[in-house]
Design a protein around this ligand. Sequence first.
Ligand code: ADP
Ligand code: MG
Length: 703
Amino acid sequence: MTNTNGNGMSALVDLYGSNVFNDSIMRQSLPKATYKSLRKTIEEGTPLDPQVAEVVASAMKDWAIGKGATHFTHWFQPLTSVTAEKHDSFISPTPDGRVIMEFSGKELIKGEPDASSFPSGGLRATFEARGYTAWDCTSPAFVKDGSLFIPTAFASYTGEALDKKTPLLRSMDAINRQAMRVLKALGNTSTKRVMTTVGPEQEYFLIDKKLFDQREDLILTGRTLFGARPPKGQDLEDHYFGQLKDRIAAFMSDLDTELWKLGVSAKTKHNEVAPAQHELAPIFTTTNIATDHNQLTMETMKKVALRHGLVCLLHEKPFAGVNGSGKHNNWSMATDDGQNLLEPGKTPHENLQFLLFLSATVKAVDEYADLLRVSAASPGNDHRLGANEAPPAIISIFLGEQLTDIFDQIECGGAKSCKTGGTMNLGTESLPSLPKDNTDRNRTSPFAFTGNKFEFRMVGSSQSIAQSNFTLNTIVAEILSRFADRMEQASDVEAESNAIILEVIKEHKRIIFNGNGYSEEWVEEAARRGLPNIRTTVDAIAAIRAEKNIQLMEKHGVLSRIEMESRCEIQYEIYIKTVNIEALTMVEMAKRQILPAIIRYKADLADSIGSVLSIDGDAEIEKALFTSISDTMKSFSAHLAKLEQAIETAAHLHGDTRAQAVAYRDLVFAGMGALRQDADLLETLIDAEYWPLPTYSELLFNV
Ligand code: ADP
Ligand code: MG
């Protein structure tokens, strides 16, 4: 596919989606009526006919077997950060002792994995352990590693969603319903469906597998719990968009190939700001498929890295003091007849439809900032949001110069004109003049308008994008429903729409901020504006249980009260477990690796001091070093004891998960920081030969 023998192009075209049971395969392999009926279900959400499922199952099986599959699996996304799969073979014994390959419509539609070992946040206590998976025909099935993967939703025996896909699909229905009402009120008679679209840019680190294997923290927690700052970090900014090293380029090309086979449209790849950090962006698609594809992308990155002797780190902050990784969730709304509802066009100030959908998003983000914030909350992401790194934990919107100006004009009585970028002359005949964008970029904003979509930049690199997207879909659906209520009643829809837009601008301009989101001044300014600054996951989680948010999710049929409450519990549990594992790993490394190394070095240093003294009676430098190490070691030991005590205390706080999570944050997590400080100082004091862990320089600059 990458060769240049002239067949490269067609080879790539053949390769793309070759392991996907996609539309063209369906068209070829299904009887016309079946194909049409399935398309109707996929596109219009009509109920699936069981007979159709029977025919599709059979065609799917034949196609998958042709691709080397022997098994099938219902692939789902429980409330952890990874996907789950349980494989069954197609074989079915015959009376004469042979087997035939079978796969029924029933098996395609429904699976029954035991739900008892997946997080349920209390739903399990009240209900049975039985769980069901249900085929999601809107995301195509594919073959991977000898199995046919069927994307499914996962629910409890009584129908509560136990996964991330179910609310996402429900939220897509919700925003479709409400956006259609607004479009109809505007006089649109041709659009049949509104979808949300997402292109998630994925950041990641690659490090050498041999070094990774020497670090228990990386193995068990995905991040370095110890490690002094390297002399060179990202200071020179020479890594961003830098030339790809051969080994990285080979990995990326292999990754592209694997993703293309699965129909994931990996498009852009480049080096990121931090050393050893990279990014991949796909071409956008519907929120549902984009979410499935992002999970596949993360899994494939990990797998392909190993083939190259590398390990892919998806943790939000694998290295302290070096940029962490996030996901840029580019989000918009599109119609089945090809409109992007967030496309401003040439004259945005006159584009009522655009201004309505834009205002709905602005209002939604301001009113439900807490829900959006918790959608990006995770223990790993706490190291980015609210720490000394972008984006801040305060939700604000960057609109850019052109739209902010239009908003200002509307507020002052009506928009008469709009600023345009014009063209840019580069000062020499030999270079073309370039059309200038209407607005510059702002990389510090957590929610930035980037021309024809919003970019939600808070999501953590290892998180599923499902929660952020079902939140966005639902909050915007809610505001659109309020707009539609008014527009449907209005005698003059245009006047009513203009009134709505004006109200939004007046009530919600506090959320618009085009300046530097990383600055201290913004933190103060945001406080004056009354915008919430929710620094930690533990504080963010409460939003899930807030009455206004439960009502919102119930109203749009996205999550029930009981589903919300269980999710709240699960987020606390995940926080508690993650910090607990990290703290225990630190204790183990401290006791079994770091302390023994210091003891060995001190003993040898003491010997040296003795030898030196016997020769010239002066070993001041050696002694000073010995004292420094001894003092730091004492502090290290004390902090270690304190951390062990904190873990003990927090672990025994049963009953109230919120209180326990608070203890893990305030006692355990804080204690980890203190212990690390001593260890990182010790690393700089003792002989490199004795230090038991690969250093930051080795990890970051060795690929
Ligand atoms: P940058 O890093 O400059 O923000 P990239 O090209 O790396 O830009 O990523 C932009 C992402 O936005 C891509 O995944 C792209 O497919 C996605 N995108 C573009 N248009 C839309 C849209 N209308 N809806 C959703 N995502 C979009
Ligand atoms: Mg981006």
